[in-house]
Design a protein around this ligand. Structure first.
Ligand SMILES: Cc1cc2nc3c(=O)[nH]c(=O)nc-3n(C[C@H](O)[C@H](O)[C@H](O)COP(=O)(O)O)c2cc1C
Length: 374
């Protein structure tokens, strides 16, 4: 299996899914140290980038050793999106750009952004075409990431995939859920197979890869050219080592870390966050959300768990981690289990009349969020 993003050989054919609030420079390093692939940064809004909002410029800082800097953009305006891509190209800010058409958050879809946008196919086509044109002179590969559609009665993924392909994208990633599903239920891998049948450009499958074996199953079932892995690596950055090994040798059996090994990775994660945020308090606060994911299924008492989820300093973290039993084996029952967001489905809020006119290509007003990564 081989996947190329421009001149980059994506080996193994694995992409760390962009996750707002998670895939910052620290988490990417932790994952990159485990295996090959493409590691996408947190979502950046095109307007915040072109307006050079300081917080956004900080968010697109890549590590010196990130040799394939992958950046996800969220935009709803073809002109602003093109300006953001031109800025990235002219200033050499990234080596790969992904466009986000999958965000299901009500404050985004209510204004016609994210997963609501492909329904307006002309506007969608304009955004993708202008972005590809702006990226091309610098040889930057451009991909898109989308959902199946708004809901089961308003599916867009095959048509959007064809539009994106015509526009010249390098690959198309499908999170095989509708916006209405949010993160509930099971991803519909058959939709990934359908998209693969319909397109000539590489298709990346996304949704519910919890173990390396799931990635192999998804590629076998759907014929997809690569996989995008999100929640499965929360609290388990070593999943990328498993993925690399499994794509090399499908009979590979994952090596499960002991609690001592997990504690060492937790400590490293927190140290990297503090280094990246240049502030111990903020780094520790950011780390707290990862604690429950790392400890999922381990028999660790409630009090220690709670204390770990409230750490304020690295010394406090390391002291608490030292209280864990390092020999405890990894809980097999936690394997293959969902982690992270699993929220219930919800009706998709859309702008008035959004569903009635697919070919209206007016730029939706106010759909650009000011904050990146939100
Ligand atoms: C905390 C969190 C933040 C996310 N942020 C983004 C984002 O900024 N851009 C995006 O395209 N998808 C985002 N996603 C969706 C993931 O990239 C991915 O499509 C989704 O989680 C399904 O893949 P999974 O089943 O492997 O988790 C986010 C998901 C989570 C859980």
């Amino acid at each position: 299996m081989s996947l190329k993003f421009g001149t980059k050989d994506v080996t193994p054919p694995v992409v760390l899914a962009p996750m707002a609030g998670i895939t910052n420079v620290a988490f990417r390093r932790l994952c990159r140290e485990q295996g090959g692939g493409v590691y996408v940064c947190e979502m950046i809004t095109t307007r915040a980038l072109v307006e050079r909002i300081p917080k956004t410029l900080k968010m697109i800082a890549f590590a010196d050793d990130e040799d394939f800097r992958s950046l996800q953009l969220y935009g709803v305006d073809p002109a602003v999106t093109a300006a953001a891509v031109r800025m990235i190209a002219d200033e050499g800010l990234a080596d790969h750009i992904d466009l986000n058409f999958g965000c299901p958050v009500p404050k985004v879809t209510r204004r016609g952004g994210g997963s609501a946008l492909p329904w307006r196919r002309k506007l969608f086509g304009r955004i993708v075409r202008e972005a590809v044109a702006a990226a091309a002179p610098a040889g930057i590969p451009l991909t898109i990431k989308m959902r199946k559609g708004i809901d089961d009665d308003h599916l867009t993924y095959v048509e959007a995939g064809l539009i994106a392909q015509d526009a010249g994208v390098t690959a198309v990633a499908l999170h095989a859920r509708t916006a209405e599903q949010r993160y509930s239920g099971q991803a519909d891998w058959e939709a990934i197979a359908t998209l693969k049948q319909a397109l000539d450009v590489p298709v990346l499958g996304n949704g519910d890869i919890w173990e390396a074996s799931d990635a192999l199953r998804m590629t076998a079932l759907t014929g997809c050219d690569g996989v995008v892995v999100g929640r499965g690596c929360l609290g388990r950055p070593w999943l990328f080592a498993d993925l690399e090994a499994a794509f090399t040798d499908p009979s590979y059996e994952p090596r499960l870390p002991t609690l001592g090994e997990v504690a060492a990775i937790m400590s490293r994660h927190a140290h990297l966050l503090v280094e990246a945020l240049e502030d111990e308090k903020h780094g520790c606060a950011d780390f707290r959300k990862h604690v429950a994911w790392y400890l999922k299924g381990f028999p660790v008492g409630g009090e220690l768990r709670r204390s770990l989820a409230m750490i304020r300093s690295l010394t406090e973290l390391d002291d608490l981690l030292a209280k864990l039993d390092p020999a405890l084996p990894f809980p097999r029952e936690a394997l293959g289990q969902p982690r992270g967001r699993v929220n219930a489905p919800g009706k998709v809020s859309l702008p008035y009349g959004w569903l009635d006119s697919r070919d209206d290509d007016t730029v939706p007003e106010g759909a650009e969020m000011e904050n990146s990564g939100g």
